[in-house]
Design a protein around this ligand. Structure first.
Ligand SMILES: Cc1cc2nc3c(=O)[nH]c(=O)nc-3n(C[C@H](O)[C@H](O)[C@H](O)COP(=O)(O)OP(=O)(O)OC[C@H]3O[C@@H](n4cnc5c(N)ncnc54)[C@H](O)[C@@H]3O)c2cc1C
Length: 310
């Protein structure tokens, strides 16, 4: 990132919080990543204007939600990181609908629905991301996915135009979406839920939280499931069968509690995580013939990259 571009941003957006070298490790659940320039818009109009300004100047910023599904580089990024967590408005609408801005945590969205006696988002309560990151990834758990409840998403396309994606236009599939395929920035979305009993909804959330605590290594920094579910079998089962539990490089290791998670035992670098992912991919391929694809989004200067080819 050129200093003069930051200067231009400051002049164009005098009220915008803009920091020159924020350690990405403070903004990612892996607790990994070097410094990057970071902007903190707080309204959809500010985010829209900022994004369009960047595109006009030939900069494609990195969009960051809660940072719970990304691996950021040790050397940091020169590209501007747009942190969306300031966009946190939620509104109940007629017909069991809820409108939510991209930075709303999924837990807050699920609690908002529960408090209004609306069921359908219990599965999302324990997913630590935001609405924007969740829709981009079509986050899901315990039989539910955001695709089941999302009726419309407003996004900005890489040419700066506004896109109202309705129903199937959102292109949701397992851990992907049209927003991911089209490199779109998600501004906000509308969810449609069904009437339900708040006590039963709360009970289901507690039950799922208990299942998460029992099965996932929540005591260590990670980005959740490192690999997507392959066409055959489950990633965690294949990794465990390959004898990889507890294996790793540097501070990164395949969790002994849940083989689907690579965790940061302390001081892991992005290189450690990538090398561990490579070890896992190669070993699983050799032992079972299955090629695992990363679910974690690997942030790079030139864009996101799904391959462990560091
Ligand atoms: C302990 C743990 C448990 C997890 N459990 C689950 C689970 O059960 N199910 C599941 O699906 N995932 C799970 N995850 C992964 C993660 O929480 C989800 O993928 C989540 O939806 C990511 O949201 P985020 O806001 O953190 O996105 P980020 O990590 O910030 O970003 C993820 C991707 O989305 C993009 N992005 C973020 N916001 C926007 C936006 N507004 N517009 C466009 N692109 C955007 C980013 O550029 C990046 O490519 C888990 C992670 C952890 C650490």
């Amino acid at each position: 990132m050129q200093t003069d571009f930051l200067q231009q941003l400051r002049l164009a957006f005098p009220a915008l919080k803009l920091l020159e070298a924020e350690p990405l490790r403070n903004y990612t659940s892996f607790a990994i990543g070097g410094p990057a320039p970071m902007a903190f818009p707080t309204t959809p109009s500010e985010l829209t204007a900022l994004y369009r300004f960047c595109l006009e100047k030939g900069h494609h910023p990195v969009i960051l939600g809660a940072g719970t599904n990304v691996l950021a580089p040790d050397e940091g990024l020169r590209r501007l990181v747009v942190n969306t967590r300031g966009l946190r408005e939620l509104a109940a609408q007629p017909g069991g609908e809820i409108a939510a801005q991209c930075g709303v945590p999924l837990a807050q969205l699920a609690n908002f629905a529960r408090a209004r006696g609306l069921t359908g988002l219990e599965f999302a309560h324990g997913i630590p991301g935001t609405v924007g990151g969740g829709l981009y990834m079509n986050a899901g758990a315990y039989g539910g996915e955001l695709k089941d409840v999302t009726v419309e998403t407003q996004a900005l396309l890489p040419d700066g135009s506004l896109w109202r994606a309705v129903g199937s236009e959102q292109g949701f599939a397992y851990r992907t979406s049209a927003f991911q395929c089209r490199n779109a920035l998600i501004l906000q979305a509308t969810f449609r839920l069904a009437p339900g009993d708040p006590a039963a909804i709360a009970g289901r959330m507690q039950e799922l939280a208990q299942r998460r605590r029992a099965s996932q290594p929540l005591e260590y920094p990670s980005a959740g499931s490192t690999f997507k579910r392959p066409k055959v079998g489950y990633a965690a089962a294949l990794i465990e069968a390959a004898g990889l539990k507890g294996c790793g490089i540097g501070g990164a290791v395949v969790s002994t509690k849940h083989a689907g998670f690579v965790v940061n035992l302390g001081g892991a670098t992005a290189r450690d995580v990538l090398a561990t992912m490579e070890l896992v991919r190669n070993t699983v391929l050799a032992k079972s013939g299955v090629e695992l694809e990363p679910e974690v989004r690997i942030l790079r200067e030139e864009g996101e990259n799904f391959l462990c080819n560091s």
